[in-house]
Ligand binder design. Sequence first.
Ligand code: PEP
Length: 253
Amino acid sequence: MKKNIVAGNWKMHKSLDEGLKLVSEIATLVKEAPVNEVEIIIVPPFIHLTALNKLLQDNDPIQLGAQNCNEHDSGAYTGEVSAAMLKSSGVVYVIIGHSERRAYFNESDELLAAKINQVLNNGLIPIFCCGEPLSVRESNSQEDFVFTQLTNSLFHLSKESFGKVVIAYEPIWAIGTGVTASAAQAQEMHKAIRNHLASHFGQEAAGNCSILYGGSCKPSNAKELFALNDVDGGLIGGASLNGTDFVDIIRSF
Ligand code: PEP
């Protein structure tokens, strides 16, 4: 079933000490006034996962996510991390297809389809990112652009496998820019994405899929965004690096 989710993507930020401190702060704030019905996910750099997993063991409902994984089971891929390794380190969610990986590491839709398979085959949950650059938005072709990303990387899945996937709609022009999609823009795209998913996987499967918004989401706009019919939470970059801001966003439901 569809869940409310707030995931904090730290990208390449925080030393180990800083990361431990931030997660302790978030866990304390969440414990002080428990949050209902929201899955909280922390997505730190790979190297902090094991230490944070130890710290979090007694602190449900905070789950661990990873920012990426390799598309192969194992092998001679220096510098890479497999889905099985992530699973063995306590990871539950894996971000796949973040726009920064598509842009700086040339990740194609086809490669992302293989990564999605790895994540699902290892019993992990993918958070699949999609979203258009500014030039596409300016030519009003954002729906076609995002539909192609979804079709190419997800439509090979069975309905059962698709049932485990979380989607994050992240317009690239809103990521790290301070410019957020308006409530109307976010709702329009989330609804269009759900309809596109329904055209292939059926209404029920699409209705049960959590679709997160990402792009300069912060305490001041999270409430309005999370209240939208087809927005089921957020993938948070910059604001997830501050414990109070991140917990304020979690409490925006
Ligand atoms: C992101 O990178 O996924 C993101 C949403 O970043 P920010 O919140 O900083 O725009």
